[in-house]
Design a protein around this ligand. Structure first.
Ligand code: PLP
Length: 391
């Protein structure tokens, strides 16, 4: 077969570096994996119990493509309370995880060749979603020195006649940065002036170490041009249930609904029942999970800061730390592979998050404090005799 039968856009996709690191680790014993982008906690029992009870009582059929009406009603109330904006069910669409919302929104909005402004470092999957929607990512670098906060002037400069979307992610994977309100004001002003849509990925909005959370959706003129991506995955330790949603102008939601309808019919009915239970969960349970992430982040940040050649910006949200290792090496892949081979610790090399991520490693605090301490001991020991020139 000279030419592959599959499409160029799929052929050109790379498997993720995160997957690559896990595969490398699979053959080794005693590995500590700090590459995992999901809470190590199980879904709170009450959520699972209620979902299974609902399944036993018949919630095992297709739901409406837009979502289980009870979940939509509950979300309309909770989103309205959280944003201070009256959001009705016509502005909400339940999806197969936040990922389902992202993919469907980009597919709905982009024509081939349309440009998406993407602050970098970024969640690697964005590149695949943009490519599958035949769009083009225009990267706008952010820096360690600026705490990885996007610069509105740089975003404005990146806009061309082909720009359609600004894709924001706050709290951010991999940097843990949270975009402050005044920067969101400026980006909103650009979106309105340049007539752009903003996709605001807020799947980590509940894992926030400084209150309050600001969403660009609430900025003047933005409810009519923002698609917010939300998920139960990280906030409620529900990654495997695959349930998320997007919020946006009803006219957009109606179009995105077509993509969801034809690609997945609807989100899993049982998972949507789990999401209803999640919305009834005692907020203290979420608070406790967040406190544990916060303590782990404190521990890892203080240990890393004490290591020669490593610098960190303490995350303001999410459970990731993007540690700068440029004083040691600019080759994050070589470093991460050597760390795995010699110290049996998995971290994600920063180049996975775009060129700006090079010279950094991502550490996910999704292991217990005891395991994280052991991992820090191993990294410290590893650094004592790591010489990039010998690799
Ligand atoms: N957005 C970001 C920034 C993420 O890190 C992830 C998952 O890691 C997602 C979206 C998708 O999450 P899910 O599809 O599990 O809701």
């Amino acid at each position: 077969m000279d030419e592959p039968y599959w499409s160029k856009s799929v052929h050109n996709l790379r498997f993720s570096v995160i997957r690559e690191m896990s595969l490398l680790a699979a053959d080794l014993e005693g590995v500590i994996n700090l590459g995992i982008g999901e809470p190590d906690f199980d879904t709170p029992d009450i959520i699972t119990k209620r979902a299974f009870e609902d399944a036993l009582s018949g919630h095992t059929h297709y739901t409406a493509s837009q979502g289980d009406p009870e979940l939509l009603d509950k979300l309309a109330v909770s989103v309205s309370n959280a944003t201070g904006i009256t959001v009705t069910t016509s502005s909400i669409l339940i999806t197969h995880g936040g990922m389902g919302a992202l993919a469907a929104a980009l597919k709905t909005i982009l024509e081939p060749g349309d440009q998406v402004i993407l602050p970098e470092p970024h969640f690697p999957d964005y590149m695949a979603h943009i490519a599958l929607a035949e769009g083009i990512a225009i990267k706008v670098p952010t820096t360690f020195e600026d705490k990885y906060i996007p610069c509105p002037e740089n975003i404005d400069r990146a806009v061309t006649g082909k720009t359609k979307v600004i894709l924001l992610n706050s709290p951010n994977n991999p940097t843990g940065a949270v975009i402050p309100g005044n920067i969101l004001d400026s980006i909103a002003e650009i979106a309105v002036r340049r007539n752009l849509i903003v996709i605001s990925d807020e799947v980590y909005d509940q894992i926030l170490y400084e209150q309050p959370f600001h969403s660009i959706y609430t900025r003047p003129g933005m409810t009519s041009r923002t698609i917010v991506i939300k998920s139960f995955s990280k906030s409620h330790a529900m990654t495997g249930w695959r349930v998320g949603y997007c919020i946006g102008p009803p006219a957009f939601i109606k179009q995105i609904l077509k993509v969801v309808n034809y690609s997945t019919a609807c989100a899993s009915s049982v998972s949507q029942r789990a999401a209803i239970a999640a919305l009834d969960l005692d907020p203290l349970i979420i608070e406790r999970m967040k406190d544990r992430f916060s303590r782990r982040i404190d521990l890892v940040c203080s240990r890393l800061t004490a290591m020669k050649g490593i610098r960190v910006n303490k995350p303001k949200g999410s459970f990731y730390i993007l540690a700068d290792i440029r004083e040691i090496t600019g080759q994050s892949q070589t470093f991460a592979r050597a760390l795995l081979k010699d110290a049996k610790v998995v971290v994600i090399p920063g180049y996975a998050f775009g060129n700006t991520g090079e010279g950094a490693i991502r550490i996910a605090c999704t292991q217990t404090s005891m395991i994280l301490s052991e991992a820090m001991d191993r990294i410290e020991l590893f650094l004592d005799h790591y010489h990039p020139a010998n690799q």
